[in-house]
Design a protein around this ligand. Sequence first.
Ligand code: AMP
Length: 286
Amino acid sequence: MLIIRTVAEMQAFSEEMRLNRKKIAVVPTMGFLHDGHASLLRAARNDADVVILTIFVNPTQFAPTEDLSRYPRDFERDCAIAGESGVDVVFAPLDSTEIYPNGFESTIDVGSVAKPFEGAFRPTHFRGVATVVAKLFAITKPHIAYFGQKDYQQTCVIKRLVSDLNIDVKIVVCPTRRESDGLAMSSRNVYLQPIERERAATIWRALCAGKHLIESGELRSREITEAMSRVLAELHECKIDYATPAHAEYLHVPEIFSADEAIVLLIAVRFPSARLIDNEVVFPHK
Ligand code: AMP
């Protein structure tokens, strides 16, 4: 497995692979890998000739008040997991000036899908995500790229990005990997105190309650929200940033959903030690 630290070397490597007609897959991550990341790597390994894992804790997607400096890192362990998952190249810049050199000032704003939910609570987040993903695509030159459903709104933003800017990369969204009690795997779960960790699966139970209601025929947005909120009310110590159904593609929230279109249930909860997000896509009962 090759470890590449510079943009120039990464581009030269991918250019050569393309000249040799190799199919290149990329899995962008911020490192501190868990089985959710590994599932993307396995999917990529299955589909492509060359699998590139990128590890970059992207400063531009963190607000000044967020957890950039304490974001968990373990490069050696990440490389071990990458090796076991069949990765060919780890692209891991040594510092952020490799990606954002002096004078850098272009950014990408994706439209309406980036505005609500995470966009409302983290106003600069998706600009950072869209910009770094576009850059990572230009650096690694993939044919196909893998993202997790765990970050549902992010997948909407990235699909919009590649479509609007004619970026010739196929986007694959892989299912969310969960712990045995339903908590979505996340690098940020390490922040949780033991008692918070125990209670964090409440988020999954709230999603299941919303899902159950929709599958039994409920299409009114307020009723679905209330079903999830009732479960989340058990989390007295937490602030619920949002818990809502939304149109699975455009992310708007009608009063009544159509029975013909998928609904995504979106939740963001602030525990004292960590902010967690999760989601579930539901197909209404017909
Ligand atoms: P991150 O390192 O948190 O930026 O995540 C890198 C990629 O892994 C993103 O596409 C995430 O959506 C995906 N990912 C994170 N957690 C999970 C999970 N539990 N299951 C599947 N994919 C995930």
